[in-house]
Design a protein around this ligand. Structure first.
Ligand code: ZN
Length: 368
């Protein structure tokens, strides 16, 4: 891995490279941007560079790179670097009081206390710096943020904290004022399509998933992996979009039930692919995928007056989008898209899945 292998993030990488060249590396940084655009990959490369004993000068243009040979780089390759700390919510099961507790929805204070604050206090052992990468910082609850704030007020000189965050507004202003914010933009559609094609997806499927992902290579990759393995997600989406086009008030609860079954099946399939993601997270991911597909059909309706030039997500089911547009106007569609995003936040917050979905569908059907 190298900075060169990270897609479409030249600006944030250039910013980091400049800080490194000028020896002005911030003690606390927020990598802000949507899910799946390379924030963690960049943080990993950045950490490896900051920890390296003999960083290499940049090529003609571009950032310094870690040497790949020093004791730090070797420890990094082995995944055992003592000065690199990845902090994420699932660590709760390894905290003093967390054994046997279910996977948390938020990032609890126990994790921040035991895996960050207590470890910040001791000096690095192999490198000149000690790096903490905090995943899903938008899920830090208020007590976790307040605890973190104490470290950010007076960070030790060797300490470097990177918060990966998809929703900057969730962080306290006092946290933001003490950190450097580095923004990550969406990935170009052509790059995402190309990535999905390489995974073996046909062109029309690659295009659909790339547009559904709206610039998140990570999301497109999750969907692409599932489609390449089972080939069912795309069929599910076709059924959902067709169902939206003929949705009636009397069928709403049945439709919600069918969508929940679809989400369950997706979750099972993802679990079958392996990986470290908890079952609760896979359930949330599946439900959000279903809601995203619903929202994509409304999004196409909203843009329909602008024609096919606006790159509709469901160009492959244009007849359904036109049928849906006869039943819901662009303004109503826009309002229901907002409801859809709210519903996705509730999925993250662990609200009852059936109630959440039924409420969303009822709002959509009443807007027809
Ligand atoms: Zn090195």
């Amino acid at each position: 891995m190298s900075f060169r292998e990270i897609f479409c993030q030249d600006k944030p990488i250039a910013l980091l490279a400049q800080a490194f060249a000028l020896d002005r590396v911030a003690h606390a940084t927020i990598f802000s941007g949507m899910e799946g655009v390379g924030k963690f990959k960049t943080a990993s490369e950045w950490a490896r560079l900051l920890l390296c004993h003999e960083p290499r000068a940049p090529a003609v243009q571009g950032p310094n790179e870690s040497c790949g040979r020093c004791a730090s780089c070797c420890a990094w390759e082995g995944g055992t670097h003592p000065d690199f700390h990845h902090v994420y919510k699932e660590l709760r099961q390894f905290t003093a009081d967390g054994k046997g507790k279910p996977a948390p929805v938020d990032l609890p204070i126990d994790v921040i206390r035991e895996f960050l604050i207590e470890r910040v206090a001791s000096r690095p052992t192999l490198s000149a710096r000690k790096i903490f990468v905090v995943d899903e910082a938008e899920k830090l609850n208020t007590s976790s943020q307040n605890a973190l704030l104490k470290v950010l007020e007076e960070p030790p000189g060797y300490c470097c904290i990177i918060l990966l965050c998809t929703r900057l507004e969730k962080l306290l202003p006092t946290i933001k004022s003490r950190t450097q914010v580095v923004r990550f933009g969406p990935i170009d559609e052509a790059r995402v399509v190309d990535h999905l094609r390489r995974k073996g997806l046909e062109d029309f499927k690659a295009l659909f998933f790339a547009r559904l992902a709206q610039g998140s290579l990570g999301l497109a990759d999750q969907w692409g992996a599932l489609e390449a393995a089972e080939g069912r997600l795309y069929d599910t989406k076709r059924r959902i979009v067709a169902g939206m086009a003929r949705l009636q008030l009397a069928d709403t609860l049945d439709f919600a039930g069918q969508l929940l079954d679809d989400a369950k099946a997706l979750s099972e399939s993802w679990a079958g692919l392996g990986g470290l993601t908890s079952r609760a997270d896979l359930n949330r991911r599946s439900q959000k995928t279903i809601v995203r597909i619903l929202v994509s059909s409304l999004d196409d309706v909203m843009k329909l007056p602008l024609g096919l030039d606006r790159r509709p997500v469901n160009a492959d089911q244009w007849d359904c989008i036109e049928a849906l547009a006869c039943r819901i106007g662009p303004e109503q569609a826009a309002a229901r898209i907002v409801d859809g995003y709210e519903s996705m936040q509730w999925i993250e917050a662990g609200v009852n899945d059936r109630l959440n979905l039924e409420r969303l569908l009822l709002k959509i059907v009443k807007g027809m």
